[in-house]
Design a protein around this ligand. Structure first.
Ligand code: FDA
Length: 541
């Protein structure tokens, strides 16, 4: 008789072999599918390819996640067309391999390039065409494009058209647009998702759908609910917005010795109420002052699209005279130049710098988010300063991004992105490091805990695009249930979470597209449906 240990060993080996067979079959499936369409060249990268490692390294931006991940992708697919995506979905479904879709790769938790179970990366980088129609001021943008490419292409077409999306030019359209998309002109023009008017999505059955064929529910879900729960978004069509030929920017920095605490405190009372043409963001850091002491620096970084310098100065004098903005602080430029300014490029940089795709900036990084509905008292701010001073200077940063304006006029249920009226500003926390990960992770989690009394409650809301698995996650394979996923789901989507679950249950009932923060299927719906207890359309949620 075999001992239990040996039986267990056989069991393990059998499982291992069957998993390996499955992976091999999957790769064979891919190869034969792609050979049939004559497109294996430069589309499939497996560990057998000499360039596999360098391609994977280039895709994986957050070093924190690479060091803890046990799996590497079975293959990296870089499709050139929709049929190559369909082929990948076909094989992945057949052999139960997870798909990670990557556009710009900025996911804070690496959900576009990391998985704890066997997976394939679909990297959308080759699908990045942008076509602009100046007759109706719209643009079709493939999701492998980065924001910089979009801004550049718009600027080459018109000096008064723009789009409302994030400040970092290397952020990808696929993840950014499907999760929200906050910009320096969001107070005037809303988020990226508020301006999406059509999309091309490939669903779990490999069907290519546009707005008409996908129906209202799916079209609603991919505008803020995270595209990756529902399919692979190939392209978005957006309404472009208009901006003046000349806009004004400023960046005024004040330290504690220059009343930074009182200024940040006052900013909270005006930032969401001031003219929607003006957006003043605050960046907070611990720095070494000129007298070599540690201090807090609050940088008030703003964009004005509502007139000339005189108008801006008057607006500031009426609403925020304490900042002491003067004419020489105000810089006139075009909207496209302002995108370079906010991205931190040196003055006079050529605009084609926006075309530089992500690839050479990697660090260990953790980010989190919060929404503030009541101004934080001065003593609360002083507590934040203590935290910032505990870390190495320049390592952590807090961003306070103003809401109000158009963001408040759109109802919470218009799109899955629910953070609308009543929010004064959004907080983005981040810390980067080179060694001693646990110390920095403990630090940011402790700061987040300190912030509890000052931020939104029941639920404590969070921005999906500032991905944070600390607020709740599905299990490693992404399989989950409504109860487990609602821990994080209500924080990101409030009551829209229930509609997202209904859409998911309809469009991807086998939960093929899944990750640690994907929308769950309402399994009980099927149990009740099959048992005949409830009619076809009843969902638990
Ligand atoms: P990535 O490719 O990692 O995708 C993110 C998620 O979307 C993943 O789950 C992925 O699977 C999914 N996905 C990607 N492409 C898809 C597709 N075609 N179909 C379906 N699912 C897809 N946000 C903001 O609102 N305003 C801002 O100003 C900034 N600024 C900023 C700066 C920097 C330096 C970073 C790192 C991040 C930001 N962000 C931001 C946050 C940003 O919006 C968020 O990280 C986006 O999800 C990034 O999208 P990517 O396509 O780059 O990421």
């Amino acid at each position: 008789m075999k001992s239990p240990c040996i039986t267990f060993l056989f069991f393990l080996l059998a499982n291992l072999c069957s998993a390996q067979n499955n992976n091999t079959d999957f790769l064979e499936c891919l190869t034969s599918q792609f050979q049939a369409s004559d497109s294996t060249q430069n589309v499939i990268y497996t560990p057998q390819n000499s360039s596999y490692s360098s391609i994977f390294q280039a895709l994986a931006r957050n070093l924190r996640l690479i060091s803890t991940s046990k799996e590497r992708p079975l293959a990296i697919i870089t499709p050139n067309n929709e049929s190559e995506i369909q082929a990948t979905i076909h094989c992945a479904k057949k052999y139960d391999i997870l798909i990670r879709v990557r556009s710009g790769g900025h996911d804070y938790e690496g959900l576009s390039y990391i998985s704890q179970t066997p997976f394939v990366i679909v990297d959308m980088g080759n699908l990045r065409s942008i076509s602009i129609d100046t007759d109706d001021n719209t643009a079709w943008i493939q999701t492998g494009a980065i924001l910089g490419e979009l801004y550049y292409t718009i600027a080459k077409t018109s000096t008064t058209l723009a789009f409302t999306a994030g400040v970092c030019p290397t952020v990808g359209v696929g993840g950014h647009f499907s999760g929200g998309g906050y910009s320096m002109i969001s107070r005037k023009h809303g988020l990226a998702v508020d301006n999406i008017i059509d999309a091309i999505v490939i669903n779990a059955n490999g069907e290519i759908l546009d707005r008409n064929s996908m129906g209202d529910d799916l079209f609603w879900a991919i505008r803020g609910g995270g595209g990756t729960s529902f399919g692979i978004v190939v392209a978005f069509k957006v309404k472009l917005v208009t901006v003046p030929e000349t806009v004004i920017v400023f960046n005024v920095a004040r330290t504690l010795e220059q009343n930074a605490t009182q200024l940040v405190h006052k900013w909270q009372y005006i930032s969401d109420k001031i003219d929607e043409n003006l957006s003043i963001r605050v960046f907070l850091k611990s720095v070494i002052s000129r007298s070599s002491n540690r201090t807090i620096q609050a940088s008030f970084t703003a964009l004005f699209i509502g007139g000339g310098v005189g108008d801006l100065l008057q607006l500031m004098e009426e609403n925020f005279p304490e900042l002491g903005l003067v004419e020489r602080d105000c810089i006139e430029m075009s909207w496209i130049e302002s995108t370079l300014f906010f991205a931190g490029f040196p003055n006079g940089s050529p605009i084609n710098i926006l075309l530089k795709r992500p690839g050479d900036s990697y660090n260990n990084f953790k980010g989190k988010s919060d929404y503030v509905r009541e101004p934080i008292p001065e003593h609360g701010l002083e507590g934040i300063w203590k935290y910032l001073n505990e870390e190495d200077e320049n390592r952590p940063e807090l961003q306070f991004s103003p809401y109000g304006g158009k963001l408040s006029t759109i109802s919470e249920s218009e799109t899955p992105f629910p953070h609308r009226s009543g929010n004064i500003f959004m907080i983005h926390y981040d810390v980067v490091w080179s060694t001693d990960a646990q110390r920095h992770l403990n630090w940011i989690r402790s700061l987040y805990s300190y912030m509890t009394p000052f931020v939104s409650k029941s639920p404590r809301t969070a921005y999906l695009n500032y991905r944070d698995l600390d607020i709740g996650s599905n299990n490693n394979e992404g399989n989950t249930n409504y109860i487990q996923a609602s821990v994080w789901g209500f924080k990101c989507f409030k009551n829209n979470f229930n509609r997202l679950v209904r859409v998911k249950t309809k469009v991807d009932p086998s939960n093929f597209f899944r990750n640690e923060q994907s929308i769950p299927v309402d399994v009980s719906y099927y149990i009740r449906k099959n048992s005949g207890i409830l009619n076809k359309e009843s969902f638990i949620v």
